[in-house]
Design a protein around this ligand. Structure first.
Ligand code: ACO
Length: 324
């Protein structure tokens, strides 16, 4: 039987930092409001790098750390809601940028669950036994998705990318998973809606900025996502206390506080970095994972059990428990 394991991690963020104080200069907000409601203190905002530029840096870093050449890759899956274009995919741009000639490449759209959905998909490719190595990257330039005149969303998001190298192995590392969508609640969180536009249609072309019913998403995270995390742990061979860390989507520090209590794990097991990056959607979990490895709290030596959970637009939510 074929199995998959995360063998390398990396992240990259644009250099420019925009603090809450910077935002207070251009809109009616304050550091006090933003940090007390969300935990966010600053975010990185791209000056001129695209989603594929950020992802390319991550891909290069993963190859360098692993000592691989791009030719050795079988696939690149890139999770994003802020692609450079609908066609070509951002993944195809990354494939060209790094010269991964043999790799097939595609984007996956599942908002803040995108990285977890992409990692689950990639694991199935490796479990098929037909592929040996692939990159799974979450990359976002949400600064182009938000309405900068809407303080209720503009303060929440940031740009960045993170990813992993997934390799075939002989032992099971993916221990449990659950993936969910509920399109009937899609209006809670929308971005980039388009309408029919042709000489024969009745509508005008329309694209929209990111809109969010923050309270509804908050409640969804606390109720549905927490419940599914608990169920995923129950369905796994582990107890909650066996988990070394739970890496959850970085949207709001209060969501993490409440989730830790409801799941019944020590709050210290839920690392947070939204203070520095804001909500980077599909990139938030791999950025956090990569930082945890850099800080030496996650070792990549096969000795730790980690839960990854994303939740957001769609609505979508998904959890994976992996040995790492
Ligand atoms: N600065 C100052 N005041 C503000 C700001 C701001 N930036 N934004 C809103 N306000 C005001 C509102 O106008 C409102 O004022 P009013 O009472 O006079 O009408 C007041 O603050 C309270 O607004 P609420 O929206 O009720 O604030 P809430 O406490 O719900 O916090 C927040 C909002 C932070 C968005 C919260 O609901 C949240 O974190 N939700 C979850 C978001 C999330 O998890 N997203 C993940 C998915 S993202 C994805 O998939 C791309």
């Amino acid at each position: 039987m074929a199995f998959a394991k995360i063998s390398q991690v990396a992240h990259y963020v644009p250099e420019q930092v925009v603090t809450n104080q910077d935002l207070a200069q251009i809109m009616d907000t304050s550091d006090e409001w933003i940090s007390s409601r969300t935990g966010i203190k600053q975010r990185h905002i791209s000056k001129n790098e695209s989603t594929s530029d950020l992802a390319t840096e991550v891909a290069k870093s993963l190859l360098e750390k692993a000592g691989l050449t791009a030719d050795e890759l079988d696939f690149i899956i890139l999770a994003t809601i802020t692609p450079d274009s609908m066609m070509p995919s951002t993944a195809a741009r990354v494939q060209a940028n790094i010269g991964a000639h043999r790799a097939f490449a595609f984007d996956l759209t599942a908002a803040c669950s995108g990285f977890v959905f992409a990692l689950s998909t990639a694991e199935k490719f490796l479990a098929s036994g037909r592929f040996q190595k692939g990159l799974v990257i979450g990359s976002e330039t949400l600064s182009k998705a938000v309405d900068w005149s809407d303080r209720s969303t503009a303060v929440l998001f940031g740009d960045g990318a993170g990813g992993v190298l997934l390799e075939a192995c002989e032992r099971q590392h993916f221990l449990a998973e659950s993936l969910y969508s509920d399109g009937s609640r899609s209006e809670c969180l929308t971005y980039g809606e388009t309408a029919l536009a042709s000489p024969f249609s009745e509508q005008e072309t329309l694209t929209s900025f990111l809109k969010m019913d923050g309270r509804a998403i908050f409640d969804f995270a606390i109720r549905d996502v927490t419940k599914s995390i608990k169920q995923t742990i129950e369905a796994s061979p582990l107890e909650a206390s066996d988990l070394d860390y739970l890496l959850l989507h970085q949207a709001n520090i209060r969501i993490l506080d409440k989730m830790a209590r409801k799941i019944g794990v020590d709050r210290d097991k839920l690392p947070a970095n939204m203070m520095e990056y804001g909500n980077t959607s599909a990139a938030s979990i791999p950025i956090l994972l990569s930082e945890c490895v850099e800080k030496g709290i996650i070792h990549l030596d096969g000795s730790q059990k980690i839960l990854l959970s994303g939740f957001g637009g769609g609505l979508t939510w998904g959890t994976l428990i992996v040995t790492i």
